[in-house]
Design a protein around this ligand. Structure first.
Ligand SMILES: Nc1ncnc2c1ncn2[C@@H]1O[C@H](COP(=O)(O)OP(=O)(O)O)[C@@H](O)[C@H]1O
Ligand SMILES: Nc1ccn([C@@H]2O[C@H](COP(=O)(O)O)[C@@H](O)[C@H]2O)c(=O)n1
Length: 223
């Protein structure tokens, strides 16, 4: 009998900016060393804006679904789903465009996809096996965002506040928060929620074990 290979399991982690999506995803990922698991960040799939001036880039609404090259994200997810490698784009927040580098990504058994708008598009939702919404109060999220964007994304306080009021907050309520209803699991307080991180880790451990056992069985059937 020919060996069959089941598809990788895709876990979507969403929530507002500063909710702790990256922290939760990394905490889960770091519970596995040398295992078949990877993270794909939706932020890497922001539109390429190399042809735009810095002033034009600054005026973009980065919290609207059209800010993302979702077709590319879907194409690459489908390739990974078929156990094919991809060249992931790299995003530079300080320049608000893609870098000219890409990262070679080998396929894995478990793919964590994290980003603000990964549950907004039905095509993306249909690819996800487990959907997680990290739910953190608006005031905590803006405080975290101020600290992070000043330290890591080359922003100043006026920029962060203007952007938050003009786009981040209204888009959160229009596009991000409504996707909570698609979530299988809602995680309050993100990165500090050890119980949720441990539960997801246990689930992923059992998926990885099942995949390993399936492969071992297939290889003995082929022999
Ligand atoms: N539970 C937490 N307590 C304190 N700081 C946190 C917590 N979770 C995340 N952070 C910090 O808040 C910032 C935003 O978190 P991050 O995980 O990047 O959020 P997101 O990916 O949802 O934007 C980061 O600087 C991170 O270190
Ligand atoms: N050039 C850009 C691109 C994105 N943003 C903001 O990033 C947020 C999403 O990333 P998180 O890690 O915070 O989830 C999103 O809210 C965009 O406003 C940006 O400021 N500049």
């Amino acid at each position: 009998m020919a060996a069959t290979q089941s598809k990788p399991v895709i876990i979507g982690v969403t929530g507002g900016s500063g909710s702790g999506k990256t922290t939760v995803s990394q905490a889960i990922y770091h519970n596995f060393s040398n295992e078949s698991i990877m993270i794909l960040q939706q932020d890497a799939y922001y539109n390429d804006q190399a042809e735009m001036t810095m002033a034009e880039r600054r005026a973009v609404n980065y919290d609207h679904p059209l800010a993302f090259d979702t077709d590319l994200l879907i194409t690459q997810l489908k390739q990974l789903q078929q156990y094919k490698s991809v060249e992931k784009p790299v995003y530079d927040y300080t320049q608000s465009t893609r870098s000219d580098k890409t990262i070679h990504q080998e396929p894995k058994d478990v793919i964590i996809v994290e980003g603000v708008l990964i549950l907004d598009d039905q095509r993306l939702r249909d690819l996800m096996d487990i959907k997680v919404f990290v739910d953190t109060d608006d005031d905590i999220r803006i405080i975290r965002r101020i600290e992070r964007d000043i330290k890591e994304r080359g922003r100043d306080l006026d920029w962060i506040i203007d952007q938050y009021l003009a786009t981040v907050k209204p888009m959160y309520h229009q596009f991000v928060e409504p996707t909570k209803r698609y979530a299988d699991l809602i995680v309050p307080e993100g990165g500090e929620n050890r119980v949720a991180i441990d539960l997801l880790t246990t689930k992923i451990r059992s998926i990885l074990m099942r995949k390993k056992n399936g492969r071992a069985q297939n290889s003995t059937q082929v022999i």
